[in-house]
Design a protein around this ligand. Structure first.
Ligand SMILES: [Zn+2]
Length: 363
């Protein structure tokens, strides 16, 4: 079966905010939540173990994400912090949620912390109808305010974190979405410790000024787990959330990979839910992927970073996608657009696999 790696899902945030159970199917969670406020708040869910299996989603970069109180938009948002101590406590609770998930459901989920785990997980997916496939989770920090001091990264590494995105909004370490700014002196110290631990660095959400400095300073593996091309998004209310062509070129020069987000507001600038799903299609996703491939001159620097259930659900997805199981349709569309099968596989999984094999410790 054709495998997929998804470079961005806020699974633990969903467990803690909505009490969602990622071992349930999408259909089951939707039915359970039908009479609740959750479909209005977050939308119908897109994630669940049976659907990972159906879609061949073998590895997910799973976030620890907490929201600064100043960016809280809705009263139901509970995973918010005013101080770094609070951010630490809430992110640790998410790391614990992943620990419990992989301990209580070892046949379904597996925490990937080294290269041996990549092999172990992929083996369970061998064949056309794997009997007991396990979804590999690579723990990633999105917004590093939960790291109270750069040296504390050693503790987060021991907890299983292998990727760090210093920004979400601005953090103590650098400017971020809607809050521009450079790397701070603490941000530079953070990069040093990340380099020492060979942690992968995620540039998504990072402000442009800090972005370029990271590319110059950080010697390890660099990705943008969930970011789209700004030039295709005229009318976007948050242009700084997306990557300019110059930013993409620089990341490609460092052999990084960019995860395209199949989310309507990141596919059609100015799109709003009231515009309806029909006006955004898989063609928009293919245009984003193709734009990055054209800038790179090959298909080695693009992947998928769905961000599914990260603040949106079914009603904000392009026509043609109903859940995580359907990411494979993006591969079918790429093939129909003339992409070679080897390139389709690189985009769906191979490029992220290259990043993991390069940065995860051997054991
Ligand atoms: Zn994000």
């Amino acid at each position: 079966m054709r495998l997929i790696i998804d470079a961005h899902e806020d699974i633990a945030w969903n467990i803690l905010t909505f009490g969602r159970d990622p071992t349930r199917s999408v259909a089951e969670t939707r039915a359970l939540e039908a009479e609740t406020q959750i479909p209005q708040q977050q939308g119908d869910t897109l994630l669940g173990y049976p659907d990972y299996v159906r879609g061949g989603v073998a590895v997910v970069f799973a976030t620890l994400h907490v929201t600064p109180l100043r960016r809280k938009l809705h009263p139901w948002e509970s995973v918010t912090y005013a101080t770094q101590a609070e951010a630490y406590r809430l992110a640790r609770a998410q790391a614990d949620a992943y620990r419990r998930l992989v301990e209580n459901h070892a046949g379904k989920f597996h925490l990937m912390t080294d290269r041996a785990a990549i092999r172990e997980v992929l083996e369970t997916w061998a064949g056309d109808a794997p009997a007991a496939p396990r979804v590999g989770l690579v723990m990633t920090i999105e917004g590093a305010d939960c790291v109270q001091e750069p040296e504390e990264l050693h503790e987060w590494f021991a907890a299983g974190v292998r990727i760090v995105g210093p920004a979400w909004s601005g953090t103590r370490y650098c400017g971020g979405t809607r809050e521009p700014g450079p790397l701070t002196p603490d941000g530079r110290r953070l990069l040093h410790v990340m380099d020492d631990l060979a942690l992968m660095l995620d540039l998504s959400h990072m402000a442009e000024e800090a972005y370029y400095e990271v590319l110059d300073r950080f010697s390890g593996t660099i990705i943008a787990s969930h970011s789209n091309a700004r030039t295709l998004l005229d009318g976007s209310p948050v242009p700084d959330r997306h990557l300019s062509d110059a930013m993409i070129r620089r990341l490609v020069e460092r052999d990084g990979v960019i995860g395209v987000v199949p989310y309507n507001r990141f596919l059609k600038g100015g799109w709003l839910p009231e515009n309806g799903r029909a006006v955004v299609t898989l063609e928009h996703v293919i245009c984003q992927i193709d734009h990055i491939c054209q800038l790179a001159g090959d298909a080695q620097h693009t992947g998928l970073g769905s961000d599914f259930d990260g603040g949106f659900g079914l009603n904000q997805l392009p026509t043609g996608l109903d859940s995580i199981a359907d990411l494979r349709f993006i591969g079918d569309s790429l093939a129909r657009s003339g992409y070679q099968l080897a390139d389709v596989d690189a985009i769906l999984s191979g490029n992220w696999l290259r990043m993991l094999r390069r940065s995860l410790p051997e054991s």
